[in-house]
Design a protein around this ligand. Structure first.
Ligand SMILES: Cc1ncc(COP(=O)(O)O)c(C=O)c1O
Length: 290
């Protein structure tokens, strides 16, 4: 049975209850994070805290827990859920909490944010499967203009993701005004002539922890990478296409809108980057052990 964390308590999931007046339930008024834990070590936790704070500031909400308390709660959850194995994906969300006066758009006068977290197994990265690549479709980015907030109100993402799924694809690559923003649950990179490109940070994309690490690794190892707008022509003539997220790491997309991407392979730069990515995880783990 899974143990979850709700407002300071560790509870069996069946016993964790939230008020129907919670603004997360009524308005989607809250933010979240997803943090991998590899062998008992939280992945890029300082970076996750920076993004969480950015999201909280954007919706004018204070976390009821300090960062140290959050890290401790997450590690306790990992230890209380050994059935999920060595590698886990932790989910946390903070909502503006219940408003005892009912459903009102304005913020309640007394705010008791709801802090909830759970964990699940993170399956090991499957290199062979990743190397074979997946398919994606393009769709118009119908989301709001504040996609940098990791908000729990994900209706457009869910609808777009389902559309991709219904088309037999892994992801939808989103286009806004003719330019790639990101995908519904991941960031986007292309490779052209051994050079990596990704759309620049902007309010239109979520600052992915994986995206930032790919950029950092490319810079550290002198692999050419530019953060620059990617128009539809660049996307459709790319040699390689990747999506990135904490659960997928760097995943090649070899078919876009039913057409092969480049020569249809993951590509040598993917082999290089995924190795650097893996080495980074191993080093971060051993650094934390010291
Ligand atoms: C819309 C969106 N973009 C990008 C990402 C990738 O972020 P990260 O690398 O932190 O998992 C996610 C992950 O959930 C996402 O939902």
């Amino acid at each position: 049975m899974s143990i979850v964390f709700l407002n300071g308590e560790y509870l069996p999931i069946e016993e964790a209850k939230v008020s129907v007046l919670d603004r997360g339930f009524l308005f989607g008024d809250g933010v979240y994070e997803v943090i991998p834990c590899y062998g008992g070590h939280l992945f890029r936790m300082p970076q996750h805290f920076v993004r969480l704070q950015r999201s909280l500031d954007a919706i004018r909400l204070h976390s009821p827990l300090s960062n140290d308390d959050i890290a401790e709660a997450l590690m306790t959850l990992v230890n209380k859920n050994p059935q999920h194995g060595d590698n886990q994906a932790l989910y946390l969300q903070i909502t503006r909490g219940p408003d005892q006066n009912g459903r009102n758009h304005g913020f309640p006068e007394t705010i008791n944010p709801t802090f909830y977290a759970h964990t699940k197994a993170l399956p090991p990265y499957n290199y062979e499967e990743a190397r074979r690549g997946k398919s994606a479709i393009t769709l118009p980015d119908i989301r709001r203009k504040d996609c940098y907030i990791k908000a729990i109100s994900l209706l457009p993402n869910i609808l777009l993701h389902q559309q991709a799924h219904d088309a037999g694809s892994e992801e939808a690559i989103l286009l806004r005004d003719g330019y790639v923003t990101e995908a519904t649950t991941s960031n986007v990179f292309i490779v052209k002539d051994e050079h990596i490109y990704t759309p620049p940070a902007s309010p239109y994309i979520l600052g992915g922890i994986t995206r930032d690490l790919v950029i950092e690794l490319a810079n550290n190892y002198q692999i050419p990478l530019s953060e620059q707008p990617i128009d539809e022509t660049m996307l459709r003539t790319a040699d390689h296409l990747w999506i990135t997220s904490c659960s997928r790491h760097i995943h090649p997309i070899v078919q876009l809108d039913n057409k092969q991407v480049g020569n249809g392979t993951a590509g040598i730069l993917w082999e290089t980057m995924i190795k650097l990515f893996d080495d980074y995880i191993a080093t971060e783990r051993s650094d934390q052990d010291e």
